[in-house]
Design a protein around this ligand. Structure first.
Ligand SMILES: *[C@@H]1O[C@H](CO)[C@@H](O)[C@H](O)[C@H]1NC(C)=O
Ligand SMILES: *[C@@H]1O[C@H](CO)[C@@H](O)[C@H](O)[C@H]1NC(C)=O
Ligand SMILES: *[C@@H]1O[C@H](CO)[C@@H](O)[C@H](O)[C@H]1NC(C)=O
Ligand SMILES: *[C@@H]1O[C@H](CO)[C@@H](O)[C@H](O)[C@H]1NC(C)=O
Ligand SMILES: *[C@@H]1O[C@H](CO)[C@@H](O)[C@H](O)[C@H]1NC(C)=O
Ligand SMILES: *[C@@H]1O[C@H](CO)[C@@H](O)[C@H](O)[C@H]1NC(C)=O
Ligand SMILES: *[C@@H]1O[C@H](CO)[C@@H](O)[C@H](O)[C@H]1NC(C)=O
Length: 502
């Protein structure tokens, strides 16, 4: 202790001596040393501050987001104080926008972000979105059963006014007829400003009765793109009940080490819709076909499964997934969480995966029946749990690129390009078939599988733009690149992406 204070004094005397020539009493020496220590510390703080300026802002952002996530996961239950309210944006509302989302949880999530952006663009007042209760999943949950509605409203106050319900004067009781329509898919700002705005102005209330993919991926203003992200990453928070159980699942898994979240989209609805029957019995194939005919709005009825599979358009079967994971180098010790609902063919179809990876778990195995009961008949709430576990996983592997795969992939990019393996299914089924008929040895197969995915791990990349073919483009929510880096560091990051990809 003494040694240290002496050395500081020694140094400070040197600094002090150049400024003062007055005789030194002990007090003066002490005074000078205190002052110069302060000076020294100021210098250090300055240097640190300058260092931070050099530090790419992107990195600090990420560490910030990481720490937010980790602290969140520890503190969310005990400390749930609302942040102070932002000042509300002052604008003249041009009318009310009512929306009914369609599809599963993640499709609706993206749609909610789009609808907030549309309301902001047109200066409308948004009514809290209605969720789909009639889709295949038939989940009766309302917005407030899944998302923290007060947080949603408050955290977007500075952009758009959101109300829980339409004012009474627009109700049927007052003979008000609300005009409903689906907006044109993949539209840009021009469409909403020129076609929709005059309509709302005239009608006071407009009801969008479909919301999936109604806003273009590209060609929108950066402000609007960033707003979509802000809704997705900050304003949409699950309810405390869902968060509590989701974090519990994550903690149970993390306590046992790193884990892979496998979004095994081998569920009945998907297989029936796509007509993928590879690995199914004849009875199962018939059942899937009957289901397809039972849903009138599924347009394609006659489908040749093998053709579709060879085009890479079928989800991997559980057996295929087991081989691919092994080829990628995951071993018997790997902890795998199956993020999915009911697997078609259940345990029988999971046998190969379980044999290769004994540490496979599902939420039903990690939580007790009572805890899950409240969510049981609510597929969207179950999907919310899987969403949380998937976002937090060390590696995320979706076996099909549906909405969940895409939205989770984008979320993981935002959290610092966490590893998401984007399977090249067309390539994989060819390799699988060649391995299975003996053309490729295990080693050749494994090397080819790994090589095919080196550049498909969720690294920084440019979102692919294809003019006039929005469906084939990269989806905005899978790679919201406008929100992943800022300022000059963005250039470096994307230059890096250019040199390392393709
Ligand atoms: C909102 O803006 C209008 C017009 O710019 C102004 O008259 C009004 O006082 C503002 N209201 C608030 C609450 O700031
Ligand atoms: C929305 O309101 C802002 C002022 O708050 C105004 O500048 C802008 O032109 C308005 N846009 C539309 C589409 O009404
Ligand atoms: C949406 O509204 C349009 C126009 O009223 C109608 O034709 C269509 O069937 C509606 N769609 C849904 C899903 O309600
Ligand atoms: C918006 O979409 C329309 C119709 O698809 C197109 O003609 C127009 O060029 C687009 N505008 C912008 C700014 O991308
Ligand atoms: C869920 O629904 C099934 C059948 O619809 C019913 O038998 C079961 O009791 C329900 N479970 C809960 C927890 O509500
Ligand atoms: C294996 O399958 C490929 C294509 O599916 C075929 O070209 C090849 O001849 C087959 N090899 C054997 C040994 O059957
Ligand atoms: C990267 O490539 C894209 C097109 O592939 C191009 O538009 C962009 O300017 C490139 N960025 C840098 C920083 O080189």
């Amino acid at each position: 202790m003494e040694f240290r204070s002496e050395s500081v004094q020694g140094r400070s005397e040197k600094i002090g001596s150049s400024v003062s020539v007055i005789p030194r009493t002990r007090i003066q020496v002490w005074f000078i040393s205190v002052c110069s220590s302060i000076l020294l510390w100021t210098c250090i703080i300055q240097i640190v501050a300058v260092g931070e300026l050099w530090h790419p802002k992107f990195i600090t952002n990420i560490t910030y987001k990481f720490s937010q996530i980790t602290t969140d996961s520890h503190l969310h239950v005990s400390v749930r104080s609302r942040p102070p309210l932002l000042p509300a944006r002052n604008y003249t509302s041009q009318g009310f926008l009512k929306v009914s989302c369609n599809g599963g949880l993640n499709q609706m999530r993206a749609a909610i972000c789009d609808m907030v952006a549309v309301a902001r663009l047109l200066n409308l007042t948004l009514v809290v979105p209605e969720l789909d209760k009639t889709s295949f999943w038939a989940d009766p949950s309302n917005f407030e059963d899944i998302f923290d509605v007060q947080h949603f409203i408050n955290s977007l106050r500075d952009e758009v006014r959101i109300v829980r319900r339409l004012p009474k004067r627009f109700s049927r009781k007052f003979k008000f007829k609300i005009f409903e329509m689906p907006p044109v898919s993949w539209s840009n700002e021009t469409y909403y400003l020129q076609q929709i705005l005059p309509l709302v102005n005239k009608l006071k209330v407009l009801h969008f009765n479909k919301t999936d993919a109604r806003l273009a991926n590209n060609g929108l203003s950066v402000e609007l793109q960033k707003l979509r992200c802000r809704v997705n990453f900050q304003a949409l928070k699950f309810t405390p009940q869902i968060e509590k159980l989701g974090y519990k699942l994550v903690r149970i898994l993390q306590d046992k080490g790193p884990y892979v979240a496998l979004h095994l989209r081998y569920e009945m609805d998907m297989l029936a819709f796509l007509g993928c029957t590879h690995g199914c019995t004849n009875e199962e194939a018939d059942e899937l076909k009957r289901l397809r005919y039972a849903y009138p709005w599924w347009r394609e009825k006659e489908i040749v499964s093998e053709e579709r599979r060879l085009q890479g358009l079928c989800p991997l079967t559980p057996e295929e997934a087991a081989l691919i994971l092994q080829a990628m180098g995951f071993d018997k010790e790997t902890q795998i969480y199956i993020a999915a609902g009911e697997i078609y063919g259940s345990e029988r179809r999971l046998a190969a995966l379980r044999a290769a990876f004994p540490r496979i778990v599902r939420k039903e195995m990690l939580l007790d029946q009572v805890e899950l009961q409240q969510f049981q008949n609510h597929s969207s709430q179950m999907a919310a749990l899987d969403f949380m576990v998937s976002v937090s996983s060390n590696t995320f592997i979706p076996t099909y690129d549906g909405n969940m795969a895409k939205v989770v992939e984008g979320h993981r990019r935002y959290l610092g390009f966490k590893r998401t393996i984007q399977l090249d299914r067309k390539r994989l089924v060819t390799l699988l078939d060649l391995h299975q008929n003996g053309t490729l040895s295990w080693n050749e197969f494994a090397v080819s599988v790994r090589e095919a995915h080196e550049k498909r791990m969720g690294q920084p990349t440019h979102r692919m733009v294809i003019p006039d073919r929005p469906k084939e483009e990269d989806y905005f929510y899978a790679n919201p690149q406008e929100c992943l880096c800022e300022g000059s560091s963005c250039k470096d990051l994307l230059a890096m992406a250019n040199s390392s990809v393709r």
